[in-house]
Design a binder for this molecule. Structure first.
Ligand code: SF4
Ligand code: MSK
Length: 668
């Protein structure tokens, strides 16, 4: 089959990205978009039908009934591949959480240069959840105890990881009955690897049962710890004005792009960039100052706390280098393409790796250590400033959008009820009345095989028209940001009438940005509080809500999907299914697909499905929401019932003569 080379417009809907892809072609350079066109994925591996777990393989199963050399069946091989991906995703998020907990310990003991505890209220709230004494104690003492407790969760061997106590009571009971509460974060990941070694667990359903426990170790373990500690150290996000897209890079400033996931380094680079000595150093180099911008989830971390602009999402990492205007790209962990180094060699951009866990051949390594964080951050910025003089031709697309990110669970609680009666009641009431039909969490990555941002933004916009409130995280949130959906009232003219009334009354955008990919735990917390508020059932699986990852790419996404399913959510992934099996067959090879859908739904009330067509994603989302509404005996969704209040109505009334306005408003 001849390979199809896509045009820039077919590769991405983002005009800034299109401009950079055309520049890449002009310069004879390639990106992930080009490489995705250059080779077709192996259809055996893509369907989960290849096993390379031992030296007798790789065994590629291409026909119904085939087994590997050891006799492993298609369904066993698929289940093993899937749980290994989930374990890797759970490990990545959780190791991030572990590092955050160690940083909290160091800060509590005065050993971390430059850090302070910024959110003492959250520290006290979280500590109180676990019975850590808070009365009359200094924040550092509480933080020390919380750090010890959190560090213990990773290596704990028996019992239950403590964050699961924050799930709805009924859910905890269900998990206990099913035997899936994680004992310790590391233990579940290790067991997933052990079970999938040659000659171990060979019952696909039994393997996938442990996948649930491995995913829960992420969502109600490592990720939740990461989010808690990030908020305690760097502040719980609240709405702040920001900008997104490549147009945030500056022609006259030293551009430093931070990329990856952990806020420990990026927050310190933000602090260092404001140091007068560093600013003076930049000016002495001929620049007007230092301009920081983020990529991927590091972007989300510093955007929602500091208002530092986002240069873009996952597929923008190479595109930002193509501008020729980036003096340094500073990376830590996860979602960093090896191709950055080769591409950067065509420009002056320095790729600086910083994590002891991540090195890339050809990159400059400046290892980060939280004990000397500020000094290292300044060294990194000096290296970027020194590189300013080496800049060649630059082309920065004049494309950027404004946005308001920072809708943490705590802020949503506050915005709905104010300081003295913070509550989720108005949200629950709006869903119960049908003003809001339901909630969709649209999260996850970009994928070079999709048209960048198209699926995210199409699904988002269509659900908004149907009065579905959308919350977003990760690279999906940046996709909506670039389209202007995260700005105050932007896009409200395309939002359903009931949802529009709520957005206008509360003063929120129709899409709420809730953070990075590790922050999907914020969505779990929101769902839990909606349950606890009353009126929407007594467990998460009863809430009219759906999770979607239309352009998923990473193993972390699979782990997120699994813990959301285990928490009771219906999760729809776009793109390719890693367990699609033999084409067009209803056979053994469908066991895994059936189990993660019907099987998991019977046990946990949530299910995972892979759906390629965006209209089908939307249809299934709405059907699920309406099914959950009916089960709760809520009124059937009817868009015609709402829309007579809100800003537009008031503006219309203002044009009427006084008597008519009074008649319309008060009936006299
Ligand atoms: Fe093949 Fe079995 Fe070895 Fe997998 S574990 S590579 S199926 S022999
Ligand atoms: S960065 S995991 S591409 S969301 Fe979190 Fe984006 Fe997905 Fe990486």
């Amino acid at each position: 089959m001849p390979k199809k080379v896509r045009t820039a417009q077919e590769r991405t809907i983002d005009p800034a990205a299109q401009e950079m892809l055309i520049r890449a072609d002009e310069l004879g350079l390639e990106t992930a978009f080009h490489r995705a066109d250059d080779f077709v994925p192996c259809n055996i591996g893509a369907a989960g039908l290849c096993c390379k777990l031992c030296g007798m393989g790789p065994c590629r199963l291409t026909k119904e009934g085939m087994t590997g050399v050891c006799g492993a069946t298609i369904d066993t091989i698929q289940a093993r591949n899937l749980i290994r991906a989930i374990a890797a995703g759970s490990a990545a998020h959780s190791d991030h959480g572990r590092d955050m907990a160690f940083t909290l310990k160091a800060v509590a003991n005065g050993e971390a240069e430059g850090y302070v505890i910024r959110d003492v209220a959250k520290l006290r709230t979280v500590a109180a959840h676990y019975g850590i004494p808070i009365q009359g104690r200094a924040p550092e003492e509480i933080a020390n105890d919380l750090a010890d407790l959190y560090i213990d969760q990773f290596g704990q061997q028996r019992g239950q990881v403590v964050p699961v106590r924050r799930a709805p009571a009924k859910r905890q009971k269900l998990w206990a009955e099913r035997g899936v509460i994680p004992r310790g974060v590391d233990r579940e990941v290790v067991e997933a690897l052990h079970r999938t070694h040659i000659g171990d667990d060979q019952d696909p359903e039994h393997i996938l049962q442990h996948a649930i426990r491995t995913g829960l170790a992420d969502g109600w373990g490592g990720s939740l710890i990461a989010t808690d500690v990030s908020d305690i150290l760097f502040g719980t996000p609240a709405p702040i004005l920001g900008q997104a897209n490549l147009g945030v890079l500056k022609t006259d400033m030293v551009n430093v792009v931070v990329h990856g996931h952990e806020p420990t380094l990026s927050e310190m680079i933000v602090a260092a960039s404001q140091d007068p000595e560093i600013i003076a150093y930049a000016k002495a180099a001929g620049a007007t100052g230092i301009n920081l911008a983020g990529i991927c989830c590091t972007a989300n971390e510093i955007l929602m706390r500091q208002g530092i602009p986002a240069a873009g999402n996952f597929l923008h990492q190479e595109l930002s280098i193509l501008t020729g205007a980036v003096e340094a790209m500073v990376v830590d962990v996860q979602c960093i393409m090896q191709a950055l180094v080769g591409l950067a060699q065509n420009f002056h951009t320095k790729i600086i790796t910083t994590s002891p866990k991540v090195k890339i051949k050809g990159a400059t390594h400046m290892q980060f250590d939280e004990h000397r964080a500020l000094s290292i951050a300044k060294d990194i910025l000096r290296a970027a400033i020194d590189n300013f003089k080496n800049r060649g031709d630059i082309r920065i697309p004049d494309v950027r959008s404004e946005l308001v990110p920072g809708f943490s669970h705590e802020y949503i609680n506050y915005m709905l009820g104010g300081t003295y009666r913070a509550s989720f009641r108005p949200l629950n009431d709006a869903i119960m009345s049908g003003r809001i039909r339901g909630v969709a969490a649209i999260v996850g990555c970009n994928n070079a095989r999709s048209q960048q941002d198209y699926l995210h933004t199409y699904v988002t916009q269509e659900l908004l028209k149907q009065d579905v409130l959308v919350v977003e995280t990760g690279c999906g949130a940046i996709a909506s940001a670039k389209l202007g959906l995260l700005l105050g009232e932007a896009g409200l003219d395309k939002v359903g009438p009931g949802l529009r009334e709520i957005c206008e009354t509360v003063g929120i955008p129709p899409v709420l940005h809730m953070g990075s990919c590790v922050d999907n735990t914020r969505i779990l917390t929101v769902l839990t509080q909606m349950v606890e508020e009353g009126g929407l059932g007594d467990d998460i699986d009863q809430v009219p809500a759906v999770g979607l990852a239309p352009e998923w790419m990473s193993e972390k996404a699979l782990s997120i999907a699994t813990y959301c399913v285990a928490s009771g959510a219906y999760v729809i992934f776009g793109g390719a299914s890693p367990v699609s099996g033999m084409p067009d067959k209803v056979s053994d090879s469908d066991i895994v697909l059936r189990y993660i859908s019907q099987g998991w739904e019977e046990q946990f009330g949530g299910k995972l499905e892979f759906v390629q067509d965006p209209d089908e994603m939307i249809q299934r989302t709405l059907e699920h929401i309406d099914k959950k509404r009916a089960a709760l005996k809520l009124p059937e969704y009817d868009p015609a019932r709402f829309g007579r209040s809100g800003d537009e109505r008031m503006l219309q009334l203002e044009t009427l003569p006084l008597e008519e306005r009074q008649a319309a408003l008060y009936g006299f």
